[in-house]
Design a protein around this ligand. Structure first.
Ligand code: KE4
Length: 428
């Protein structure tokens, strides 16, 4: 028995499913998840001493690579002064300003501890600011596990959402409407029917939770137009895309400006940080400057702020995002050539340094219904084949992959060599 198997057995006795977040348990791909001992640059090492080229990067935060010396040093120095005070510190203001400088239209930001917290707070603010109840989200988009966001489409456009998890009340789900991603007709129909009741629409401006799916031309602009016409607020959930797909997130990539932006992952550099921000007219409604309550014991704690600031320093260097895009383009182009050479039909989507690979005969993947028709069995074969060859991909057909600054050409070429081996086995 491997050490990972042993540790997984022990973990399952004291932690639900043996993990502290469901996707880590490998339920959708099967098998035993390697327990990770360490990471360095673009590599991680499991407790059995096996090395992997890592394309999960802790689900996005590790954009500069694991254990970057600048980030580690920043955390060490902060820790020497104490881990948390529950009192204001200068670093929080510095990180807030660095975030605001990146996102046009953002004048204030509140730091929290996770993307979930950022989203639930932004939704509460949008409802308070508009005095309306309804929230619109899109099928296949994930916005954290707050009750009102774990909702699937009900039957029929005008009817209400239904909970996707036990423990969520029907009353909560009724306030969330779910539409197909990239379906502007459905959006226009919904707003013409209920636009006056809609507080906000929340969207992943590049979807990363159904694989990587890009907005079709006009989709995001259409959301902006509907919100302007009916007085709803547009929330871009950039927890994954912010500081990942471009220096100023997807909103600068597509030049569409939301009313509120939620962030997480990269801004904490691997430590727990989430954030939500927007214009002063909205953000000053948040306690204690306004009546909308939101709080957090460890919000803005010095260690996470130090890791975030160090990461942003590294990302502010000239040419970083062009470099990340080029690395990812090199990888996705190579993977496409490998699959094509072996006559394995697939679609590979990319946005900046995030990507997704779908095993499908379709020419394009633009929404969750199309993703759901992709060949998950083949994905799982691909996933395990690559894991065997020391390439650590996201353990689900419905997740995205991430390239970091530490993925140099040797790691990318190693990945493509292993992909050829795996594709050969899949082809036969
Ligand atoms: P957290 O609460 O996990 O920090 O963030 C929730 C969240 C919000 N919005 C978007 C667009 C997100 O992608 C996420 C979290 N992403 C998942 C990856 N698909 C986190 C991985 C996990 O759940 O373990």
């Amino acid at each position: 028995m491997s050490r990972s198997e042993e540790l997984f057995q022990n973990a399952q006795k004291v932690i639900p499913g043996g993990v502290n977040s469901p996707v880590r348990a490998f339920k959708s791909v099967g098998g035993i998840p390697p327990f990770i001992r360490s990471g360095k640059g673009g590599m991680i090492t499991d407790v059995d001493g096996r090395d992997y080229v890592d394309y999960v990067g802790s689900w996005g935060p590790l954009i500069v690579g694991h254990a970057h010396p600048t980030v580690v040093e920043a955390i060490r120095k902060a820790a020497e002064n104490g881990c948390s005070f529950g009192a204001p510190t200068e670093g929080e203001t510095l990180l807030a300003q660095r975030i605001i400088d990146r996102f046009p239209g953002m004048e204030m930001v509140r730091l929290v501890n996770s993307g979930t917290e950022a989203v639930m707070s932004a939704v509460r603010l949008a409802r308070a600011a508009t005095g309306r109840d309804l929230l619109v989200k899109f099928e296949g988009c994930y916005h954290g596990h707050a009750d009102g966001l774990l909702v699937a489409a009900g039957s029929g456009a005008a009817t209400f959402g239904v909970p996707t998890s036990p423990g969520i009340t029907r009353a909560t789900a009724r306030d969330t409407l779910v539409l197909p991603y990239n379906d502007l007709e459905a959006v226009e129909a919904m707003w013409s029917l209920r636009g006056e009741e809609i507080a906000a629409v929340i969207v992943e401006p590049v979807a990363g939770n159904m694989g990587c799916v890009l907005p079709v031309p006009g989709f995001l602009a259409g959301l902006r137009r509907m919100c302007d016409q009916y007085g709803s607020l547009l929330i871009f959930d950039e927890v994954m895309t912010g500081l990942r797909v471009a220096h100023g997130g997807a909103q600068t990539l597509f030049d569409i400006h939301p009313d509120l932006t939620t962030l997480g992952k990269v801004i904490g550099g691997g430590l727990p940080v989430g954030a939500y921000g927007g214009p002063k007219s909205l953000m000053e409604q948040i306690a204690p400057s306004g009546p909308v309550y939101q709080a957090g014991t460890l919000s803005g704690n010095p260690l996470a702020v130090a890791a975030g600031l160090a990461t942003l320093d590294l990302l502010d260097a000239p040419g970083v995002y062009a470099n990340l895009e080029a690395k990812t383009r090199y990888l996705t182009k190579g993977l496409s050539q490998v699959m094509c050479a072996k006559n394995i039909p697939c679609v590979i989507n990319q946005a900046g340094s995030m990507f997704g690979l779908f095993f499908t005969e379709a020419q394009a993947i633009t929404n969750f219904a199309e993703v759901s028709k992709c060949n998950v069995t083949r994905f799982n074969q691909w996933f395990h084949g690559m894991l065997q060859e020391g390439i650590y991909l996201a353990p689900s057909a419905f997740e995205a992959g991430f390239v970091s600054l530490a993925h140099d050409e040797s790691l990318l070429d190693l990945t493509l060599t292993m992909a050829e081996r795996v594709a050969e086995k899949m082809h036969t």
